[in-house]
Design a protein around this ligand. Structure first.
Ligand code: GLA
Length: 729
């Protein structure tokens, strides 16, 4: 049993294969205390760590110093306003204007198996894979019930956290803050790892020492954002890929978030994660409840690599759904960088004809096929085929592409509305706006008010109608601007603080409908590149477009940061034309292929116009994808060298679960004069197995390849890549 309650000591112990998590009920008032999280323990009796026996510390013995107790005690989930002045996890506003509450244990329940939440993405597992613990706590003054939720997995070193809040009182209560997880830890020196960026350079890794300052990462853009990511890891100084302790949290959510770490005067650490409380206020009428999104938490005693692999395995098994989760995805060619808005049916068929002969399996028609969308200034919301461009109609085009033996995919941006659109002319109040204030434009577009059911229904129906009309097997769901000027024509004033979260729930509802009605559809989420790359979206789409930056060298940094927590199978990656459209750099076609191979793999170029020497490589590349994709999609990921850190070369590997096969990718970004070769120590192999390196006669013991390494000759020129494929012999 992975969750045990020890009645006598009033301790809970949660065990995953390699970690233990202990919390306890303390004193007569039944405070819930955090005791331990880390390396697996065989003994649960760690309650002495709470120091409750050392002198008159707890309120039942020394109520005179109650506040000192509350302000320093390691809380499992900190309530606001009664004495704990570190960052709290939950706060309210009552009709009387009060904000404080207390959180005291009442009862608990342990169940086998874990179902997702219903209206929101969350992890799941069968009865033989995981258990759930729900601890009911209460604030006796307001009647607010707080059910702390823990999912404990037996096949992954992951504990999930969340909370459901129920108003059992007799008056409305406004929830003004509700984080999903809190982790109080004693006396540790830590550095944080977070992910940051901007458009075209998403999820670059940053590391900083944790200090007495509150260290916050957050989004207020209504989506996860290009700029910041709902992830934080704390690592002990000197942590490497293989050594050191790492505590990480990742949020299964696609809207405003906050993650924060703080050291208190006693050098205790508090780490919290949840919905961003700024602009958040949720009305709870008597009897109403609020379910917070889920946090995925992992501990690794074996460095960052172990953390990465725990997240990868967990998401592949317990979060991503649908038939493509465990399946090779069709190699697609997308016409965005090939044509932008300048295409018609003939052009697309010409691309498809050429592509089909080269091993490409699906044509994706990107932005510009609907309404009067001749550029990016208009027509979002008018999801009706533009027959001037697609002469013969959509069905004709799809059928023609299918006749070439290719699948067909299409782009939508369902959450948007252009001021110059039939939809806006008919329903100006459907755009998010504050009454009396002109909303700000981004890419000349507004965002639809998805808190309104009639808006969601209309958009869903217009998207579904297109999909029902032809054999469309893939959808790219885009979202090209952040939210601003928050206001809804229908939400009452005292519920406007619910807007951001209701918006996210609206997106989830629409994607749930889509995946239910079209269960065979391959859905790829996207947001101006990678602004909504998050675990929430992975619940609906097994892949997400990583970045609009398709330059293979820039992608090394973006994909390293993304792969730190996300499986390679989720990272939308394409070979595009050069000079690259964002960076104007030219990288060899072969190298572009190696970099895209570490993701979903596809093309984003006009295959009828690229240089012949590039085109000639495509059949070889598509064969390479088929040869290695099972390994890339399902294998264990190892980071060997980081171009972002060393500025010269990058190297990563994937190793099959049985360690019988491995593929390493080495990219020499910048050449160095007068340099012979570089020694690389491979990772993840079985030291006792013997391997053959493809293309070589000799065989090597795994131990040798890992401890001593291999020599990679210095390539001629910059941006050169190499694959090293090993099989057991
Ligand atoms: C976003 C996407 C691109 C492309 C364009 C179309 O920027 O990330 O891939 O679909 O929109 O407008």
């Amino acid at each position: 049993m992975s969750i045990v309650f020890y009645e006598k000591e009033r301790l809970f112990k949660l065990d995953t294969p390699n970690t233990s998590y202990i919390m306890g009920i303390v004193d007569e008032e039944k405070f819930l205390a955090h005791v331990y999280y880390g390396e697996k323990l065989s003994d649960h009796r760690a309650g002495y760590l709470l120091r409750t026996q050392e002198g008159p510390f707890v309120p039942s013995v020394n109520n005179r110093d109650r506040i000192a107790f509350l302000d320093s005690f390691p809380m499992e989930y900190a309530a606001h306003g009664i004495g704990d002045c570190r960052e709290s996890c939950i706060s309210i506003r009552t009709l009387g204007g009060n904000t404080a509450l207390s959180l005291n244990y009442v009862s608990h329940e342990i169940k086998r198996g874990k179902a997702p939440f219903g209206e929101m993405p969350a992890s799941f597992g069968r009865e033989n894979e995981c258990s759930v613990l729900e601890i009911l706590c209460e604030d006796s003054v307001t009647g607010l019930q707080m059910i702390l939720q823990y999912g404990v997995f037996e096949d992954a070193d992951v504990i999930t956290r969340s909370i459901r809040v129920v108003n059992q009182g007799t008056e409305d209560i406004y929830l003004t803050k509700v984080y999903s997880a809190c982790l109080d830890m004693d006396n540790r020196e830590f550095e944080s790892i977070t992910l940051h960026g901007s458009w075209a350079r998403e999820r670059h890794i940053q590391s900083l020492p944790v200090s007495r300052m509150k260290h916050t990462v957050e989004s207020l853009r209504g989506e996860t954002s290009h700029q910041d990511h709902p992830f934080m890891a704390l690592k002990t100084p000197g942590t490497t890929q293989e050594t050191g302790e790492v505590y990480a949290m990742h949020f299964v959510y696609s809207g405003n978030f906050r993650v924060q770490v703080q050291t208190d005067p006693y050098e205790q650490i508090r780490m919290v994660m949840g919905i961003n409380p700024e602009d958040f206020c949720w009305k709870l009428a008597p009897g109403a409840q609020f379910q917070a999104p889920e946090v995925v938490m992992t501990y690794s005693g074996e460095g960052l690599g172990k953390m990465t692999r725990s997240f990868h395995d967990f998401y592949r098994k317990h979060l991503i759904r649908g038939e493509y989760r465990d399946k090779k995805r069709p190699i697609l060619i997308n016409n965005w960088e090939a044509t932008y808005f300048n295409f018609d049916a003939d052009k697309l068929i010409a691309i498809a004809r050429e592509a089909s002969g080269l091993g490409i399996e699906m044509l994706v028609m990107d932005d510009g096929w609907f309404g009067n969308r001749f550029d990016d200034n208009r027509a979002l919301g008018d999801w009706v085929v533009n027959e001037q461009k697609l002469n013969g109609g959509l069905k004709y085009l799809v059928d023609e592409v299918n006749k070439l033996g290719m699948k067909f995919g299409i782009w939508f941006e369902p959450e948007m509305i252009s001021p110059d659109s039939d939809l806006y002319r008919a329903h100006p109040d459907w755009a998010i706006a504050i009454s009396g204030r002109e909303p700000g434009l981004a890419r000349n577009q507004y965002v639809l008010d998805l808190t309104r059911k009639e808006v969601r229904d209309h958009v869903y129906e217009s998207v579904a109608k297109v999909l029902r009309g032809a054999n469309i097997e893939y959808v790219k769901w885009d979202m090209n601007r952040p939210l601003s000027d928050i206001g809804s024509a229908t939400l009452p004033a005292d519920q406007m603080g619910e807007f951001y979260h209701r918006y996210v729930l609206g997106v989830y509802e629409m994607q749930e409908r889509l995946t239910k009605e079209f269960p065979h559809l391959l859905l790829e989420n996207c947001s101006g590149g990678g602004a909504r790359f998050d675990p929430g979206m992975l619940f609906y789409s097994p892949q997400i477009w990583c970045s609009d930056d398709t330059d293979a060298v820039e992608r090394l940094k973006i994909q390293e940061g993304t792969a730190l927590i996300y499986p390679l199978s989720t990272m939308g990656a394409h070979v595009s034309d050069c000079p690259n459209h964002v960076l104007h750099r030219t990288v060899p076609f072969e190298t572009r292929g190696y970099v895209a191979l570490a993701g979903t793999f596809g093309y984003e170029l006009d295959v009828t116009r690229i240089p012949e020497e590039d085109r000639r490589q495509i059949p070889e590349q598509t064969a390479m994808y088929h040869k290695y994709n099972d390994l890339v999609r399902e294998g264990d990921y190892y980071r060997i060298a980081s171009y972002a850190e060393n500025h010269y070369f990058d190297c990563w590997g994937v190793v099959s679960k049985d360690k019988a096969e491995a593929l390493y990718t080495f990219i020499q970004v910048l050449n160095r004069p007068n340099y012979h070769s570089r020694r690389i120590r491979l990772k993840g192999l079985d030291p006792e197995k013997t391997y053959r390196i493809e293309g070589e006669e000799s065989t090597y013991l795994g131990e040798l390849l890992m401890k001593a390494g291999i020599n990679i000759p210095n390539p001629e020129g910059d941006f050169r890549g190499r694959l090293i494929h090993l099989t057991e012999c």
